[in-house]
Design a protein around this ligand. Sequence first.
Ligand SMILES: [Zn+2]
Length: 269
Amino acid sequence: MKYYAVNKATEEVCQVGRLLFDKGFVAANDGNLSVRLSEDVILTTPTGVSKGFLEPDMLVKVNLQGEVLEGKTEPSSELKMHLRVYSERQDVQAVVHAHPPIATTYAIAGIPLDQAMMPEAVITLGTVPVVEYGTPSTEEIPNAIAHYIHSYRALLLENHGALTWGKDIFSAYYLMETLEFAAQVNFNLKLLGRERELSKGRVQELLTIKEKMGIKGESPAGISCGSGESVCKSAAKQTGMPMSITRSELETLAELITEKVLFKIRKEK
Ligand SMILES: [Zn+2]
């Protein structure tokens, strides 16, 4: 396994911190970043510092138990969820946590991003489930995400924000950008009242490309992932998983049912 050299890791964490800040994905001191320096040594961002103004000497080296090995600052209290990703996934070299406004809106509303609307999102992002709420800094979030990090590429953290990871910090950051863009477009489409999904046939074509590219991760609901993988379902639609519905969605559903019933009655008269 090839790990990050400390100089490169330090430089890239500071660069990605500025990108998160410039993009408006973090407010005040929100968000945290980390990269893996060896099997059990992680370099991470400090608590209480804006990610737009990180300096190399602010970063902290910790082990997988969260004990500080080197550094003048304290790591973020949200480090535990990063450590859980590294413990569960030996292939992961970097983790990004941020609060991008539209993705966070979806996380608070409890709406997963599971519709196949854009080719890039189907291939690189896949389905993004909402992970059940946990109090920041406790073991609740690490325990909640453990169930998802083997099957997905990005997560919405209920009433909180978003989490991505990857083979390097730019891969994890770009997934955060793709996630926020997909959420923004989905939100705009909801405003227009016209959410046009790609057909199953078109999605299947994209999943074939995804498989050829060796990209893993759950795909939009009800579509086969290709040979060797079972039929994919969104997290919300998995057996036994709770599904949330908003008041306006419920009202729309009630209106549709009423219209259908009235139409049937009129037809029968
Ligand atoms: Zn957070």
